[in-house]
Design a protein around this ligand. Structure first.
Ligand code: PCA
Length: 325
């Protein structure tokens, strides 16, 4: 073959193989939690729904477990257009806007039903802050109620003093400070290792995360205090979203609505299942005693007052709106 023929042949092959790729847009979707976690499973179904529903115009590929961007970096990656779409626990960005912490105010709600009502009031406020950051919310799914994990038994508030505590947002760090524990921020993807090596001996999280990360290999107690239910948000870069055709927007929003419904249902189902799983793994799963609950409620009252101060009128409107429901 002459050089020209070889070049032409190469070009033809490239053109052929490139065809399906240029037929649609490819959206990478970073997610922070393990592939087996119910949020990631829901995200994978959402991605498939969009890919099928748009006839391949937009093909979404999820990257769970923090494999593309670590949890803390996902929001910025979407804002700056490094990726068009992604998932993030927004309360992890309370330092940008206190409003993002509405779902981590201790003991404001403790069940899915109460949380749903609170979310209905908070959602438009969150969407306003997101809009200013060039982000559009597609759907959001709650985590199960948050409980306290410890290596050692906790019978009094003093038992928490000096314990190394894994935190995942400002509220969890503050909880540690107010109870005399030593907070260290660690992504969920890294916690099994952190507990195994003694970098942390406790955390507040859901039964789901403890179960996913097999924490019974290191920790022995899960206290079901139902402190709050934080949420993950699937967000798209608003400039990218503006460029999507109306019909594809409709498809994506329909897929998002279904994902929110399915994810929420899974969160509820997973609550009992994972607590049974923690017990089967050898952990003691029980409520804290009354004295510790009273101590935690005091800490919660301080944190609520602090959040209301930080979140100003918007915070007050969310709490008052919820209480008026
Ligand atoms: N799991 C996540 C956030 C809340 C939860 O239940 C975590 O521990 O990082």
């Amino acid at each position: 073959m002459t050089t020209l023929k070889m070049t032409l042949a190469a070009l033809a092959t490239t053109a052929l193989t490139a065809l399906p790729a240029t037929a649609g847009e490819k959206w990478d979707m970073p997610m922070a939690y393990s592939g087996s976690n119910f949020h990631s499973v829901t995200g994978a179904e959402f991605a498939k729904c969009v890919t099928t529903g748009t006839g391949g115009d937009i093909e979404i590929t999820t990257h769970p477990g923090g494999s593309l961007f670590a949890g803390a970096d996902i929001k910025r990656a979407i804002q700056t257009g490094q990726v068009p779409i992604g998932e993030r626990l927004l309360s992890g960005h309370q330092n940008e806007s206190a409003v993002f912490g509405w779902d981590s105010v201790p003991f404001l709600v403790s069940s899915f039903d109460e949380h749903d009502k609170l979310y209905a009031v908070a959602k438009p406020e969150v969407e306003k802050v997101l809009a200013d950051q060039n982000l559009t919310l597609l759907y959001s799914v709650p985590w199960p109620p948050q409980g306290l994990y410890f290596r050692d038994e906790v019978q009094t508030m003093d038992d928490m003093k000096g314990v190394k505590f894994r935190s995942y947002n400002n509220a969890t760090s503050r909880l540690a400070e107010l109870t005399g524990m030593l907070p260290v921020t660690i992504e969920a993807a890294e916690i099994s290792q952190a507990f195994a090596t003694g970098v942390a001996d406790s955390m507040v999280s859901s039964g789901a995360t403890g179960y996913d990360r097999k924490v019974w290999e290191s920790l022995n107690y899960f206290y079901t205090v139902d402190a709050w239910l934080p949420r993950n948000y699937i967000m798209v870069n608003s400039s990218v979203w503006d460029g999507v055709s109306d019909s594809n927007k409709n498809v994506i929003q329909a897929c998002a609505d279904m994902a929110e419904y399915a994810g929420t249902w899974r969160a509820k189902e997973y609550t009992g299942f994972t607590m049974a799983g923690l017990a089967a793994g050898g952990m003691t799963v029980e409520p804290v005693n009354d004295a510790v609950m009273a101590g935690l409620k005091e800490v919660g009252a301080t944190m609520t007052a602090e959040w209301l101060e930080a979140a100003g009128d918007t915070g007050a409107a969310i709490v008052d709106g919820f209480k008026a429901e």
